[in-house]
Write a protein that binds this ligand. Structure first.
Ligand code: SF4
Length: 233
């Protein structure tokens, strides 16, 4: 039997094959109605609900033949469109948190909508958080946006897992618009310069952070110039 679309095959137990289904929950914010629907669908198809580390809710242990119906009844988009894409965009509660230095939620949601499912050389994670505490494991993300009193800080190449890597800071003191352009510049340069299969952190180590930064800054300056020209017209 082929693997159903947008479902992850779980550890086989004998002949039995079960799957996990994980809908998209932008920024980890969900309405009570959608949450209730997830619970109802999981109950109907005998699934186990798991809160994931990526700020999503997975329904595990469902049968392959039920997957299409589950997606239809969830009426939500898949959390992950492809392994070679932006897989997670995690946000901290920002304005709901007393430590926040900027309300990073608006920028975070803009980044979520721009990069959700965007094709990339390898799985890519992004975090946007409201202070240097870096909740949502921001420093373990490929691209991290953190806030302080001066504005937004962009870090690149962070990773946890088998080969943990601390990120490099590529820019600081950016306003919201500049931070968005910088994230785009980082992502686009990575997509253009890296080979399929390259993770961002190891790719930066391979070509050197200085060289990576030169490519990103050139793209960033183009974007800023373009926006300035548009505003002047
Ligand atoms: S990163 Fe800062 S603002 Fe965001 S939840 Fe953590 S402590 Fe609060």
């Amino acid at each position: 039997m082929s693997i159903p679309k947008f479902a992850v095959l779980q550890k086989p137990r004998g002949e039995e094959r079960t799957y996990g289904v994980t809908p998209r929950i932008p920024g980890g914010f969900i309405t009570p109605e959608a949450l209730i629907n997830i619970a109802n669908v999981a109950k109907k198809y005998g699934g186990t609900i798991k809160i994931t580390s990526g700020q999503r809710i997975a329904i595990l242990g469902v049968k392959g033949e039920d997957v299409d119906n589950i997606w239809e009844e969830l009426d939500m988009e898949p959390g992950v469109l492809s392994p070679y894409s932006v897989k997670n965009i995690e946000l901290c509660p920002a304005s709901f948190c007393k430590r926040a230095k900027q309300n990073s939620l608006k920028l975070g949601m803009k980044i979520e909508h721009r990069f959700y499912g965007a094709p990339a050389p390898n799985r890519t994670k992004i975090a946007v958080v409201g202070c240097r505490n870096g909740c949502a494991s921001a420093n373990a993300k490929d691209i991290a946006v953190l806030a302080d009193e001066e504005g937004f800080i962009i870090r690149v190449g962070g990773s946890a897992g088998f080969h943990p890597r601390l990120p490099d800071t590529i820019a600081e003191g950016l306003n919201e618009e500049e931070a968005f352009d910088m994230v785009e510049a980082v992502f686009e340069h990575y997509c253009e310069a890296a080979a399929m299969g390259d993770k961002l952190g190891p790719f930066i180590d391979q070509i050197s952070f200085e060289s990576f930064k030169v490519g990103v800054m050139s793209r960033y300056q183009e974007k800023r110039q373009h926006e300035k020209t548009n505003k002047e017209i």
